[in-house]
Design a protein around this ligand. Structure first.
Ligand SMILES: Nc1ncnc2c1ncn2[C@@H]1O[C@H](COP(=O)(O)OP(=O)(O)OP(=O)(O)O)[C@@H](O)[C@H]1O
Ligand SMILES: [Mg+2]
Length: 261
């Protein structure tokens, strides 16, 4: 999958790939009890192929709202989100369904596991829906459950798993489809530091080795080193805070005082 993407991704004059996801001046307002909440304010963000982006910011700063719009699960009040250059607002239902099933994997802050299915079945279901053959599904499900260290919990239902185990199942489910982009909302919020580092290490590997793109929110600053770019959300606005060691050193960025926090 990713090799195909690599070969077909359009490149600009400097050889850089065109963004796989592009948010252009995106805002999202919510109307609540007669008041307007400006959850995301005029945010522009390019997500390139083979790039690992982290989003940090206080609770309520707009991270989940932005990720939902990047995934096409919510629509901007103003501005546009493009996937491979095409405005998500122009996608037909069929195109959108295809994109969600095959191209983008989402890890929800609330896990969103199906309570009546086992861990194994939760991971396998999206592949079944996407029409993958039984042998492939079984191989991949075992593979990703092992990756997140939960092979031995495969028969458990979500309520028989700890919060951190449920979180790792939801990550395994997103990874199993081998999507081009993973959008992960606080994917390590329930994990201890060892497991959190392992998950971010896994993302880093998928980005470097397979050319996948990852956008992950986190409150854990010890994980930021693994990312290519670190953005901070503040009151709905997005700032490029720091560029990690993996990034093209010529890329433009600003480094506010808070960068070394
Ligand atoms: N459906 C909604 N209706 C009204 N207001 C909302 C809605 N969803 C989010 N908000 C508000 O928008 C703001 C941004 O919320 P969001 O969930 O994006 O924050 P966040 O950065 O993900 O926070 P956290 O770190 O706690 O997950 C908050 O003030 C929140 O109360
Ligand atoms: Mg959130």
């Amino acid at each position: 999958m990713s090799q195909v993407t690599e070969q077909t991704t359009p490149r600009d004059s400097r050889g850089a790939t065109a963004p796989i996801i592009q948010a252009i001046g995106v805002s999202r307002d919510f109307q609540l009890a007669g008041e307007t909440v400006h959850a995301v304010r005029s945010v522009s963000l390019d997500v390139h192929t083979g790039e690992f982006i982290t989003l940090v910011g206080r609770s309520g700063s707009g991270k989940t709202t932005l990720l939902n719009m990047l995934a096409g699960l919510d629509h901007p009040t103003t501005g546009r989100v493009l996937f491979e250059g095409i405005d998500l607002a122009e996608y037909s239902e069929k195109q959108f369904t295809h994109m969600r099933r095959h191209r983008i994997g989402v890890v929800f802050q609330s896990f969103a596991l199906l309570p009546l299915l086992s861990a194994y079945e939760n991971v396998e279901l999206p592949m079944r829906i996407a029409g993958l053959g039984a042998a492939d599904r079984s191989k991949r499900t075992h593979e990703v459950l092992e990756m997140v260290g939960l092979e031995r919990r495969s028969k458990h239902r979500p309520y028989e798993l700890s919060g951190g185990e449920q979180q790792r199942i939801s990550i395994a489910r997103a990874v199993a489809m081998r999507p081009d982009v993973i959008l992960a909302d606080e994917p390590t919020g329930e994990l201890d530091s060892v497991n959190a580092a392992a998950i971010f290490g896994l993302f880093r590997e998928m980005v470097t080795d397979d050319g996948m793109s990852v956008v992950a929110t986190t409150h854990d600053r010890t994980l930021l080193d693994l990312a290519d770019r670190i953005y901070t959300m503040h009151n709905g606005e997005l700032d490029l805070t720091e560029v990690g060691r993996h990034v093209d050193a010529d890329a433009p960025f600003k480094r506010p005082e808070s960068a070394g926090e």
